[in-house]
Design a binder for this molecule. Structure first.
Ligand SMILES: *[C@@H]1O[C@H](CO)[C@@H](O)[C@H](O)[C@H]1NC(C)=O
Ligand SMILES: *[C@@H]1O[C@H](CO)[C@@H](O)[C@H](O)[C@H]1NC(C)=O
Length: 347
């Protein structure tokens, strides 16, 4: 941290103490700062169970903090179409309504993913023509239901293996790589105004997987089908976060194809209990990501994968890790929050 940004951070902290929580919100929030810095939004994922936590909701509802929300689970295939032809939009609607009521954009997530995919799809033994029809029907019904409400759609999620190459999921096995352009075409037909994204992790720096994601954009384009953006999930680990230069150049590779980039699921985990040094490094790492996005005009917004450690997916998924978000378990801001705000403010 430079002396200047350290001074700015303590100035902000001091004025927050003097002015109290209400004027602090009015004066500075992540989304307000992001928009002032030229981004379209700073947002957060959320999920249905936590909508009953009113302390949590007070912060999530504040559009100075979050100009966009993403449903963590409730628009995924297993929730929306648990059995063939039976659609259930209630949980997704709750998040979409919240975004409307609070004047927040909605990133709709996601249409095609190998995970949280009901077994009637993954083990159905369908032939190519039938699975194409199932895929198109699912996308058409869901995108039509939310037509006009989704600022972005994550159309295809995590089509690539960790080390690169297509995941051998039921869609790839049965349809081949054509399932990706087929999915984008169905989404574009159902809601021409939604921005359509490919979303994945470990594509935030130059790697085989990054190059394969570049090739997915080219593949969709080669079919004459619309693709608007690439979501870099950005699930990082403290001290092992990508460098700013590497991330800028990864963003540029997508920009060169005429698509935009959003940071879609940012969190930076550490071993728990988190040490003071880890939380300080985490603040620096968050600033690195924000600075890379701000440096590239193709990078249009940043979403954290929920905003508080209280509801993070990390401890459930990565044993021994946690403390990944800018707000702690008690909904208090951490050094990471001040770091993000200062990176946005110094743009
Ligand atoms: C959050 O926003 C929703 C929609 O505007 C509202 O119904 C709810 O009461 C708000 N909750 C809190 C705690 O502010
Ligand atoms: C399945 O059908 C689609 C057209 O609907 C085609 O693009 C794709 O190549 C076919 N896949 C296989 C494995 O034949």
């Amino acid at each position: 941290m430079t002396l200047l940004s350290a001074a700015l951070t303590s100035l902000l902290a001091a004025s927050a103490v003097q002015a109290g929580p209400i004027s602090r919100r009015a004066a500075a929030g992540l989304n307000a700062a992001a928009q002032a810095a030229g981004l379209e939004f700073f947002g957060s994922a959320t999920d249905n169970p936590e909508l009953t936590d009113s302390s949590y909701m007070t912060i999530l509802n504040n559009s100075d903090q979050f100009g966009q929300i993403t449903p963590g689970n409730s628009m995924k295939w297993d929730t929306i179409e648990p059995s063939r032809g039976t659609f259930s939009f209630t949980k997704g609607d709750a998040i979409a309504d919240l975004a409307d009521q609070n004047n927040q954009k909605l990133r709709c997530h996601n249409l095609v993913w190998y995970n949280q995919l009901p077994s009637w799809v993954s083990s159905g033994g369908f032939d190519n023509a039938t699975l194409v029809e199932i895929l198109q029907n699912h996308i058409t019904k869901e995108v039509t239901h939310y037509k006009g409400r989704c600022y972005h759609w994550d159309v295809v999620n995590e089509a690539l293996e960790d080390g690169g190459g297509y995941r051998d999921n039921v869609f790839y096995k049965t349809i081949g790589e054509a399932y990706i352009p087929i999915a984008f075409a169905a989404a574009a037909a159902a809601d021409p105004d939604a921005k359509l994204y490919y979303n994945d992790y470990s594509i935030e720096w130059s790697s085989t997987k990054h190059q394969d994601a570049v090739n997915i954009v080219k593949l969709v384009q080669s079919y004459g089908v619309k693709i608007d953006g690439v979501g870099m999930q950005a699930h990082f680990t403290v001290g092992q976060t990508v460098t700013q230069d590497a991330m800028e150049s990864a963003i540029q590779d997508f920009a060169d194809l005429g698509v935009e980039v959003a940071i879609t699921e940012l969190d930076i985990r550490t071993t728990t209990p988190a040490t003071y040094d880890a939380l300080t490094q985490q603040s620096t790492d968050y600033q690195t990501v924000v600075n890379a996005c701000l440096a590239k005009s193709a990078c249009i917004g940043i979403t954290i994968w929920d905003y508080t450690d209280k509801y993070s997916w990390v401890p459930k998924t990565f044993s021994g890790y946690g403390a990944a978000l800018p707000w702690d378990d008690n909904l208090q801001t951490k050094a990471a929050y001040d770091g993000i705000l200062s990176a946005l403010g110094s743009a």
